[in-house]
Design a protein around this ligand. Structure first.
Ligand code: FAD
Ligand code: NAP
Length: 510
């Protein structure tokens, strides 16, 4: 992120897009853009970028881009899709840049990459409406082939379904040995069933318009050893179903996880409690027909419409509290998501969040993130370096480490904050340290009052060398770090300077 000039915030951008100003220079016309034409628009004052087949004039957006003009210029006059996906594929650019839409790329016949789903872009001229349609037939052979590879060979049928008088059960044979419920996300609303299964770095989807209505609750069962996933629905009426339903657009597809669009469902705000003077714990209730476990170390995206524009930001679910014996609380049964969110006085998204009333709804995405629990499972010493709300991924991580990783000898949280008042869940952390001898917490303040007798300072090699130490020579360590980007980058560098290897460090980033 770079500092933006005054008057160049996201809100200012939204205002400009609503002003009626011609931001493309084409007076509302949409054109077909050839590669040669695109390449000509490669200067700051005349910059076009293609994302997923659509071309945008981003010159008016330059000064508003949170990552800075230079980042945007990397894709000037070219197809910036990969760059965009690497940095922030979750940003809702269609909504943010809709007034900058120049048109679409002229279609070139494309060879389908092996095993990938082809998206044919159908552009409705003049309507500014983009529709993604995937043809069912041309690449099914590839999909099947790829499915076999990813699901291990043996089964040609990947999913099946059966019924009793009252139940419909859909069975997916992934053949993935360590299949877990947290790799299965199910939503069922208005007869639309969507079941996504994460298989390595792929996503398999069952998506059907059900033949008959079902009740609200869904159940997910896993046979871990054989990788069988069962999604069970309760029939509304005890009648025989002739078929499961009509397949929807992405039904029975297996594609790279990154290529599957984010799916959102509306969740109800059920409580909002103060954690500190500026941070609140939001409890969001999932629809009854949603199964959405968020794995340790992963985040979700929240989406709100702010001044007519869809705005998306990432947040990391926490537990409702730090239970002293770390047993799962009864209220943490998967029905609710808990988010610890700092409200910035000039923050666009967090101000809107803070204005939500109990009972209001907000859209929540599927989880994402590249943290792997296996990194902790083999560690003897776990160090967690958190700054401010960078504490959020550490909550589930501590829970997991202290309850499920028997080889861990120490779990140490080094928590950086400005002042004492900013420390999140201080009391609970201190109590946990008293109860569990493997757990230790160290608070470090950058702007303490003179009464502070604890440690003071900012992240540095000398400070880290004091707190991050192997419990035994050669003990296996994992160091996780999360906070403002410069904090994280500096922390990683300091750790490397201290001799820790890349494999021993996990940085939480966007
Ligand atoms: P903006 O309108 O973007 O910014 C307004 C002002 O707020 C800025 O000028 C700055 O002063 C301040 N500000 C905004 N963003 C930041 C920032 N990131 N760091 C420091 N100052 C900032 N936040 C949480 O509170 N809880 C979480 O669990 C959480 N999880 C995250 C997970 C990931 C993977 C990432 C990348 C970020 C996470 N964040 C979390 C940050 C969150 O996504 C938003 O950036 C934050 O809520 C600010 O949004 P905003 O629109 O209110 O602020
Ligand atoms: P904050 O209160 O502003 O800062 C917390 C501590 O970090 C303070 O001691 C602060 O010291 C220090 N710090 C801030 N910037 C620093 C820098 N450039 N170099 C060294 N130390 C620095 O933090 P916050 O407002 O809660 O922000 C938390 C951040 O974590 C946000 O940026 C958020 O996006 C990020 N986050 C990321 C994830 C993820 O998974 N990627 C999850 C949650 C949160 P000073 O006194 O010097 O400011």
């Amino acid at each position: 992120q770079v500092p933006l000039k005054p008057g160049r915030s996201l809100m200012d951008w939204i205002r400009l897009t609503k002003s009626g100003k011609d931001l493309t220079g084409l007076k509302g016309r949409l054109i077909e853009v050839t590669e040669d034409e695109l390449a000509k628009h490669n200067k700051k004052e005349d910059c076009w970028i293609c994302i997923r087949g659509f071309v945008y004039n981003v010159t008016p957006y330059m000064e508003y881009h949170p990552g800075g003009e230079d980042e945007l210029m990397k894709a000037a006059g070219t197809d910036g899709t990969d760059l965009f996906d690497q940095v922030h594929r979750w940003v809702n650019y269609e909504s943010m840049l809709k007034e900058c839409l120049v048109g679409r790329m002229a279609v070139k016949p494309l060879a389908a990459p092996k095993g990938e789903k082809i998206h044919v872009l159908v552009f409705i001229k003049g309507s500014r409406k983009n529709t993604l349609v995937s043809p069912a037939s041309p690449n099914l052979a590839h999909i099947k082939e790829n499915k076999k590879e990813a699901f291990a060979s043996g089964h040609s049928e990947i999913y099946d379904w059966f019924q009793t008088d009252s139940l419909i059960t859909i069975v997916i044979y992934t053949k993935q040995k360590d299949m877990k419920a947290e790799l299965v996300i199910v939503d069922c609303q208005d007869k639309r069933l969507r079941g996504e299964i994460i298989v390595g770095d792929h996503s398999y989807l069952v998506e059907v318009d059900l033949y008959h209505a079902v009740q609200e609750d869904v159940a997910v069962n896993i046979a871990e050893k054989v990788g069988k996933v069962e999604i069970t629905l309760k029939k509304k009426d005890n009648i025989h179903w002739k078929m499961l339903g009509q397949p929807l657009e992405s039904h029975n597809t297996l594609i790279k996880r990154m290529d599957r669009g984010l799916f959102y469902r509306k969740c109800k705000l059920v409580s909002k409690t103060e954690v500190t003077h500026d941070t609140k714990l939001f409890c969001l209730m999932l629809p009854k027909s949603t199964h959405l476990p968020v794995p340790t170390g992963q985040h979700v995206y929240l989406k709100q419409i702010i001044a007519g524009t869809e705005v998306v930001k990432p947040y990391t679910p926490v537990l409702p509290s730090l239970p002293l014996d770390f047993k799962e609380l009864s209220c943490h049964d998967g029905a609710c998501l808990y988010l610890m969110i700092k409200i910035y006085s000039c923050g666009l998204f967090t101000q809107a969040l803070d204005h939500l009333q109990i009972g209001d709804y907000i859209s929540v995405s599927n989880p994402e993130g590249n943290f792997k629990k296996s990194q902790v499972q083999t560690s003897e010493d776990l160090f967690l370096l958190a700054a401010g709300t960078g504490f959020t991924p550490m909550v589930k991580l501590m829970n997991f480490a202290l309850t499920e990783v028997s080889c861990l000898r120490t779990v140490k949280l080094i928590f950086f904050n400005k002042t004492e008042d900013d420390i999140l869940w201080r009391n609970q952390l201190e109590q946990l340290a008293l109860r569990d001898e493997r757990f230790e917490v160290q608070f470090i303040l950058s702007q303490p009052t003179k009464d502070w007798v604890g440690k003071q300072g900012k992240i540095s090699s000398s400070l880290l060398s004091e707190f991050v130490k192997r419990s035994r020579k050669d003990s296996k360590v994992l160091i996780c770090i999360c906070g403002p980007t410069p904090f994280t980058e500096q922390g990683v560098q300091c750790l490397k300077d201290l001799g820790y290897s890349q494999e021993e460090i996990h940085a939480f980033t966007a």
